[in-house]
Ligand binder design. Structure first.
Ligand code: SF4
Length: 665
């Protein structure tokens, strides 16, 4: 008989939804929303529903596989684990433990997924990745400005007079916030959307501001300049709670509003309007992740933060420079799981440049790569170099559920469980502050095993099995130590399925910031001479590289797909996906193109082919190709993107990318 049980979405997404999962005969039948979840209230998206297809898919990898003479052969777990453990032992003895690279990402938000770090630390410390392909530049930027990246609780937006959605298509990626926007609008709030793409969120805006890709920081500087010119700044906040305002004042004096309007391609009237909007407090700002995926990404977020600060919208209900909410993740004791004190050696590669770093690594060279929770072949920029690097090492081990582009290259594939086949606690540090419980609901098919089982088995073979002799319940209790002291115990989350975490609902309302000065820092003191704001612009633009812009006149964006969480779902669609190349109207007109035409997009790094779709209202000279498409469906847009790093070193520059386009037959 069918049974409906509560669970949670494991995907790395803003919303962290509660689920109702229908189970029958040890099988997941359907995934729905849990109406009792305080934020997500029974509504979930197609990506979440597709976890049923993911769990039951006949394409699941069910047995350990080893590549022999170019072909995958099924082997036993004992053989796979014995051989991998032996190689790990030999590599450590001959070259040192940092000859192993752990390449990981965030395909699953489970707390216990952090135990991979425990394994690698207990092994002796491997080469790890730093930075983030996704949100790194913005997180670092807010650490410079506020001392941390904190957001307001979801209902606080109902206190806003004005809501500025800056480079974030919440209708696609943050559906429960979209509902809050509708509610706020009904209460009288005005909505402003700033984005190069006229998206579904723009449709509900009172005003849509189309900005040249990558010029968002410059636009913020223009609005600040206008606010100062009109005398609308919050002198009280600036005087008592900030540091370095004079530097910002000098910076905006160094450029005219006319120049800013020309470079951002936003009219002077709209800059004037936005100055008034920010001064009409409280105005909340919600930034997306795409606008910081440029060389100037750190400065972009810092200039938008500065705008919220100058206009006095920090630390007040209905205000905020909302980018992420790291308070959520900080509630857990992840360090209890990771055993970082056991690390004897340590080396870090940038996540963006991991492929180049593998190819040039010396002392020691990378001999083995172990991939968990990720698909670098589609997700890491500059695909051709990634493929070369991941093919170059002696052993590539991929912990996976499906034969992804990365798994195709592997020497060993270790089949892992889906979220419904193991117990965990889930949260997202992006939007709301509830943690959700996901029990084990069904048995894993074939011989698929949890990542934790794999680490435990390898640890035993390598002589540090004692570090993994804990039950799942004990691991979860370890991660909840500080919360338990406040009554938020494992027992409670197992009973209630979601727990409200004790975070600040309106961050910085005491105006005590986590910066060296204790104030909001327009100039980041901890960064010495590098801490001043800059009017930085993208690396690839007609203003910074006119020769390149002549050859490649169009800006390429690579936004999050609607139906897939990054690359995770494309192979599960009922109809095989195709590469869709979305272009602004002027590009279609210049090349005499129509919807459905087959086109090639290229630059010096590579090419992608696909079918044209015209975006009638989007910013001129702008192209979008959704990220994450597998080779077998046409190939990843990262064939075109750069592996460069943002100005503050911690973010990708995936959108800092000029391309050209032509029709092909
Ligand atoms: S992907 Fe996001 S919106 Fe969709 S079900 Fe999961 S958490 Fe909810």
């Amino acid at each position: 008989m069918a049974n409906i049980v509560k669970s949670a979405c494991p995907l790395n997404c803003w919303d962290s939804c509660g689920f109702h999962v229908t189970i029958e005969n040890d099988k997941v039948i359907k995934v729905d929303g849990d109406p009792s979840h305080p934020i997500t209230k029974g509504k979930i998206c197609g990506r979440g529903r597709m976890l049923e297809t993911r769990t039951n898919s006949p394409e699941r990898i069910l047995y350990p596989l080893k590549k022999v003479n170019g072909e995958f052969k099924q082997i036993s777990w004992n053989q796979a684990l014995d051989e991998i453990a032996l190689q790990l032992k030999e590599i450590k003895e001959r070259y040192g433990s940092t000859a192993v690279l752990h390449s990981h990402d965030y395909a699953n938000n489970g707390v216990l997924k952090n135990l991979d770090q425990r394994f690698f630390n207990a092994y002796g410390g491997v080469t790890e990745l730093y930075g983030s392909l996704c949100w790194g530049a913005g997180i670092e930027a807010q650490e410079w400005d506020f001392g941390d990246a904190y957001g307001h609780e979801p209902d606080d937006v109902l206190n806003s007079n004005n809501i500025v959605i800056w480079g974030r298509n919440v209708a696609r990626t943050n559906m429960h916030f979209y509902e809050k926007l509708i509610e706020a609008k009904k209460k009288g709030a005005k909505i402003y959307v700033i984005d190069p793409l006229f998206n579904a969120t723009a449709k509900i805006a009172d005003e849509y501001i189309s900005v040249k890709p990558g010029m968002d920081g410059l636009l913020a500087a223009g609005i600040i300049k206008k606010i100062l010119r009109l005398g609308l700044e919050d002198r009280e906040f600036i005087r008592h709670h900030s540091f370095g305002f004079e530097d910002l004042e000098q910076l905006v004096k160094s450029i005219s509003l006319e120049k800013i309007s020309e470079m951002t391609e936003v009219s002077l009237e709209q800059i004037h309007l936005l100055a008034k909007v920010f001064a009409d407090k409280p105005t909340s700002t919600f930034m997306g992740l795409g606008l910081q995926r440029y060389k100037n990404g750190g400065n972009t977020i810092r200039l938008i933060d500065s705008l919220a600060a100058v206009s006095g919208n920090i630390g007040i209900p209905g205000g905020g420079a909302n980018y992420a909410n790291l308070q959520v993740g900080q509630s857990f004791d992840i360090s209890n799981l990771t055993l970082s004190s056991r690390k004897e050696k340590h080396r870090q590669f940038s996540i963006m440049k991991q492929a180049e770093e593998v190819l040039s690594s010396i002392d020691p060279e990378i001999k083995m790569i172990i991939v968990t929770c990720g698909n670098p072949l589609t997700q890491v920029p500059d695909t051709s170099i990634v493929e070369k690097a991941f093919s170059s090492v002696s052993t590539l081990i991929v912990v996976e559920q499906f034969m992804t582009d990365t798994a195709q290259l592997a020497d060993y594939i270790l089949p892992t469980t889906t979220s419904f086949e193991e117990e965990d606690v889930y949260y997202s540090s992006m939007y709301h502050h509830y943690a959700n419980y996901g029990p084990k609901l069904v048995s894993a098919p074939g011989e698929a095993k949890s990542d934790l089982w794999i680490w435990t088995q390898l640890a035993e073979r390598l002589g540090f099995g004692a570090d993994f002799q804990f039950s799942r319940e004990q691991w979860l209790e370890m991660s909840l130590t500080s919360l338990s002291a406040k009554g938020l115990t494992l027992e409670r989350i197992k009973e209630e399925y979601h727990l409200e975490l004790p975070v600040k609902q309106v961050p910085w309302n005491d105006f005590k910031f986590k910066t060296p000065s204790g104030k909001y820092e327009f100039t980041a003191l901890s960064k010495g001479g590098k801490g001043e704001l800059k009017l930085a612009i993208p690396e690839e633009s007609k203003w910074s590289n006119p020769v390149l812009a002549e050859k490649y006149p169009y800006n390429l964006l690579t936004i999050h797909p609607l139906r897939s969480n990054h690359s995770q779902n494309y192979h599960l669609f009922t109809k095989a996906p195709q590469v869709k190349i979305e272009v602004a109207r002027n590009i279609a007109d210049e090349h005499h193109l129509q919807d459905g035409d087959f086109v090639r997009v290229w630059n010096d790094r590579g090419e992608v082919k696909g079918y044209l779709s015209i975006l009638p209202k989007s910013h001129s000279n702008t192209i979008n190709i959704d990220e994450g498409i597998w080779k077998r469906f046409g190939g990843s847009v990262n064939n075109l993107t750069s592996s460069g790093e943002s100005d503050n070193g911690l973010g990708s520059i995936l959108y800092d990318c000029l391309v050209n386009l032509e029709k092909i037959t």
